[in-house]
Ligand binder design. Structure first.
Ligand SMILES: Nc1ncnc2c1ncn2[C@@H]1O[C@H](COP(=O)(O)OP(=O)(O)O)[C@@H](O)[C@H]1O
Ligand SMILES: [Mg+2]
Length: 281
């Protein structure tokens, strides 16, 4: 869908270009964060500036897959059409409140990689901004990432309880575009389903049997041994080398000694962790 830029967006490009670095876009659900990010990305690439995108919106990721934090470095204008992730890290949930510390630490690590390799870093975030949880999530994220810019998309003053805590960062307050289309809960669920369906149906799937003794499994940062349980069938898992998820998988069965799953990955040679979560396909 075509993005119609607001007048203020054009000035924003100039402001960002004056002080390069990391920009975090915050705003409620359906405030136009991802659309503004795409606009900024296109304009920055047009100026021949290497620009990275990190998508930390685990519920409605536009760059990556549901339940993941993802990143890509865009080197030139032609890369704009490849708006998909290059690295991802599965966090096991679509609800940022359920695994806040992992989301923040992965986003920080990706920011470091992107900052070292590009002129600009644009970070997309979840729409969780209200209540104590939303406020804490955003404040902790800002403190951990220390962006140069915060782009605050608000309808009224819903972000001020977060922005009150911000010091020494350029804050750009941008009104929500009247072009924003509000999506229903059903549309959001469907969006996630389609993303995962495409991921698993776009490549050949392989079956794996892994001995529980040969790999460490994690659930919310803690290691654990998955037990036989029907409720694990159909669970999404992340096949990781350290923090990086090389591919997702779907659990077929867990028996006494092994984990049986399906994944588009070719080999488990470089996989040293399996990340479990709360998502089922
Ligand atoms: N400036 C714009 N021009 C056209 N459509 C827009 C614009 N801003 C947002 N939209 C539409 O509104 C919807 C929500 O915007 P999105 O950027 O996904 O919000 P958020 O990332 O904050 O949830 C999307 O369907 C998007 O295409
Ligand atoms: Mg979005």
């Amino acid at each position: 869908m075509k993005i119609i830029p607001e007048v203020k967006w054009k000035n924003l490009i100039e402001d960002l270009n004056n002080i390069r670095g990391v920009s975090m876009i915050i705003g409620a659900t359906d405030s136009g964060k991802s659309s503004l990010l795409k606009y900024l990305l296109k304009e920055l690439l047009r100026k021949n500036l290497v620009t990275s995108v990190i998508d930390s919106d685990v519920g409605q990721s536009s760059l990556g897959l549901p339940g993941t934090v993802s990143m890509r470095i865009f080197y030139n204008e032609h890369d704009f059409d490849k708006f998909t992730f290059e690295k991802m890290s599965f966090v096991g949930t679509i609800n940022p409140a359920m695994n806040m510390s992992t989301i923040i630490s992965i986003t920080s690590k990706m920011t470091k990689i992107c900052k070292e390799n590009s002129d600009f870093v644009l970070i997309d975030t979840s729409g969780l901004i209200s209540g104590e949880i939303g406020k804490n999530l955003k404040i902790l994220k800002i403190k951990s990432i220390q962006p140069e810019h915060i782009i605050a998309l608000q309808r009224e003053n819903e972000l001020e309880n977060i922005l009150n805590f911000v010091e020494n960062i350029y804050v750009h307050r941008i009104p929500v575009s009247c072009m924003v289309k509000i999506r229903s809960r059903e549309e959001r669920i469907l969006y996630r389903k389609i993303k995962l369906k495409d991921y698993f149906s776009n490549s050949k799937l392989n079956n794996f049997i892994v001995s529980k003794n040969s790999i460490i499994c994690y659930y919310k940062k803690n290691s654990f041994i998955p037990k036989y349980a029907d409720c694990l069938q159909g669970k999404l898992i992340g096949l990781n080398y350290n923090d990086e998820t090389k591919a997702l998988g779907i659990v077929d069965e867990i028996d006494d000694g092994s984990i049986i799953f399906t994944s588009p990955i070719d080999s488990l040679k470089n996989i040293n962790k399996i990340i479990f979560g709360d998502m089922k396909i």
